[in-house]
Design a binder for this molecule. Structure first.
Ligand SMILES: CC(C)(COP(=O)(O)OP(=O)(O)OC[C@H]1O[C@@H](n2cnc3c(N)ncnc32)[C@H](O)[C@@H]1OP(=O)(O)O)[C@@H](O)C(=O)NCCC(=O)NCCS
Length: 331
């Protein structure tokens, strides 16, 4: 699906993030798998990541992010009439994490549901919130993107353990005076789904609970380098914008080599590219909001700037959102 959007402007008015306390450096992972700091840095750019404590689940990490986003937007919890939580690691399948968060945060009038689109979840969820607000179904939406992938990683599999981390972000989506979302491009290829999958996680194999992530890194790498470029370019073309107009590029933080490739092919200079994969690894649905928060913190995300976000991940899925930033800053 691809569309340049029009009508009343809808944008992001608040942003908040949260990561667990525990830091695991590459060196720390050497005690679990046969790897080295040198290998991980050279092949991925990752230096450390956060892992949740044994008692922490998704909503424990998402709650502080949601509260910070509400505060940043100057919104009260009871004003939220839609909460979408993008995650592949909900506290449990049901009640959904969005319903739990709505209850804990005090959002009695909110429609609440979780959304499964792998690491692209945040972009998909933002597109849905845009549609609901633009269509008049919701006035103030809270989009949460977050994952605790450490819970579904095989701590004996070096090909996946070193890549991922835990974290969450949240944004408030509502009507704005001007600017806001310009368009979305979203896609999926279930045929490639077997390259990044969680085989024992649903009704196909409940009797065989193989509940760890499995990945064919080389295939995912090829897919990622292709769609990060094609999706970003497609949404710019659809919206009649050029790559030179992009002020801030926020790619999914999976691997520095994938980010560098996409930026180079698109023609986006390094200073416009947000990179924090070195500090957090791949936090799945938390990745793009965590990167947005870094851009806000270092002063790059300002009113009126053109921001291109592109995600990709399990499904296989991909998605881009183009937005004229309406409010920056994480309080
Ligand atoms: C996983 C990834 C970093 C591997 O990098 P790569 O350069 O393709 O490396 P390869 O898979 O070719 O493996 C090279 C060697 O390193 C080894 N290796 C794999 N993981 C290792 C690790 N953590 N430490 C040390 N060696 C490792 C492999 O076993 C292989 O050894 P071999 O040549 O003896 O078989 C890369 O393919 C990638 O980033 N893929 C995309 C993954 C992704 O982004 N997933 C999430 C999407 S949301």
């Amino acid at each position: 699906m691809i569309a340049a959007v029009n009508g009343s402007p809808v944008g992001i008015t608040g942003l908040g993030v949260h990561v667990p306390e525990r830091v695991f450096t590459n060196k720390d992972l050497e005690q679990f798998v046969d790897t080295t700091d040198e290998w991980i840095v050279e092949r991925t750019g990752i230096r450390e990541r956060r892992f949740a404590a044994p008692h922490e689940a998704l909503t424990d990490i998402a709650r502080p992010a949601a509260l910070a986003a509400l505060e940043d937007a100057g919104a009260l919890p009871h004003e939220i009439d839609l909460i979408v939580c993008a995650t592949v690691t909900p506290d449990m399948m049901f009640p959904t994490s969005s319903a739990l968060l709505a209850d804990e945060l005090g959002m009695p009038d909110a429609a609440a549901y979780d959304l499964l689109a792998g690491c692209t979840g945040f972009v998909y969820a933002v597109a849905q919130a845009y549609g609901m607000v633009a269509g008049g179904l919701a006035k103030k939406a809270l989009v949460v993107g977050g994952d605790v992938l450490s819970k579904i990683l095989d701590w004996e599999d070096r090909s996946t353990l070193v890549l991922f981390g835990d974290g969450a972000g949240a944004v408030v989506v509502e009507r704005v005076a001007a600017g806001g979302f310009l368009g979305f491009e979203l896609g999926a290829d279930g045929g490639g789904g077997e390259h990044l999958w969680l085989p024992g996680s649903g009704s196909r194999a409940f009797e065989d609970p193989d509940s760890f992530v499995k990945m064919n890194g080389r295939e995912v790498f090829k897919f990622a380098t292709r769609v990060m470029v094609s999706s970003g370019q497609a949404i710019l073309d659809e919206c009649g914008r050029t790559v030179d107009e992009v002020d801030v590029y926020v790619p999914h933080q999976a691997n520095k080599r994938i980010i560098d490739h996409a930026a180079r092919k698109l023609g986006i200079p390094e200073e416009k590219v947000v990179v924090n994969v070195d500090r957090y690894g791949n936090t799945s649905s938390g990745s793009i909001p965590l990167a947005l928060a870094d851009a806000a913190a270092d002063g790059r995300l300002r009113e009126g700037e053109l921001v291109l976000m592109t995600g990709m991940g399990a499904g296989l899925t991909w998605g881009s959102a183009l937005i004229e930033w309406t409010e920056g800053g994480v309080r």
